[in-house]
Unconditional design. Structure first.
Length: 302
């Protein structure tokens, strides 16, 4: 029984250390992507990203989505002007939308599109507004994908906001591999985020066909960092809550080791590592990992 417990503690400790290193490495990569922002944005054959919105009617959320300075980037929002009369009218007036012609390419089955509008405001020309009869989020996202200009698609729902540097971080990850190598980049920290290639979506037949299932693992990447956030939500560990349990667990380890209770000592170390990993993941999800700078310095050589 003691051996089983020790093996369990060892497995939990390895998992916690691995998660901790992944989160800290992800933060370093995000900082590098921010430093190389201009190079990615100005590249003539740069990677393009289209944000697809279903159910997004808040002007503050749209302004957040439009705030990225990356040049090959756009936001495609889908609304039903007959179902959301006030919201559609407010957005059309705020962004001075004008109606433009659009003909479906036939790559995706799209129905119910009444009109397509683009903003005349200089700072919001990357905004596209699709007037479509609402029949579900999957249909909205398919319509947005059919209208989108670029080859990588980022679905966003109501209340989901881009964290600073998210677009540049995604572009950096895509650019780290040969063109066309990746079909999926996703993150489970913060609000779950999925960046999907247009080719993979078309091959699956649309968002309603669960396109992620058919993507081989070799063409996927997982980022251990938050990309989207929902303001006012999420479990966050205050710094003082992290320091006190860590100190108590360290004291428990010292006392247990001195008394020869090695099972209790192993349990204390495991609990400390798991708590540290959970705290780092929580702080990363809230964009406040800077509170763990000492830990980042400890693990920077690994």
């Amino acid at each position: 029984m003691k051996l089983v417990l020790l093996l369990f503690f060892a497995a939990a400790a390895v998992y916690a250390c691995t998660l901790l290193l992944l989160v800290l490495r992800a933060r370093e990569r995000r900082l590098l992507a921010a430093a190389a922002r201009a190079a990615y944005s100005d590249a003539p054959d740069g990677i393009g990203i289209s944000v697809l919105c279903s159910g997004v009617t808040s002007p503050s959320q749209l302004e957040n989505l439009l705030s990225s300075e990356y040049s090959r980037y756009e936001v495609v929002a889908v609304l039903d002007s007959r179902r959301q009369v006030a919201e559609f009218g407010a957005l059309a007036a705020r962004y001075r939308m004008i109606r433009v012609e659009w003909v479906s390419t036939g790559e995706l089955e799209v129905t119910g599109v009444w009109a397509l509008g683009r903003s005349r405001k200089r700072c919001f020309r990357r905004l596209v507004l699709v007037d479509r009869v609402f029949d579900g989020a999957a249909g909205d996202l398919d319509a947005a994908a059919a209208v989108a200009t670029y080859d990588y698609l980022l679905p966003v729902g109501a209340g989901q906001y881009l964290l600073p540097g998210t677009v540049e971080r995604l572009v950096a990850e895509l650019g780290s591999e040969p063109p066309g190598t990746l079909d999926l980049v996703r993150s489970h920290l913060g609000e779950p985020a999925v960046l999907l290639s247009r080719e993979a979506l078309v091959a699956a037949g649309g968002f309603g066909m669960r396109p992620l299932r058919g993507i081989p693992r070799s063409r996927r990447r997982i980022l251990w960092e938050p990309l989207l956030a929902r303001p006012g939500s999420g479990w966050r560990v205050p710094r003082r809550w992290f320091l006190l349990p860590a100190a108590l667990l360290a004291a428990a380890f010292g006392l247990s080791a001195a008394a020869g209770w090695w099972t209790a000592a192993a349990a204390s170390v495991t609990a400390a590592l798991v708590w540290t990993a959970a705290a780092c993941a929580s702080q990363a999800g809230s964009g406040r990992l800077r509170h763990f700078i000492p830990l980042r310095r400890i693990f920077r050589y690994y």
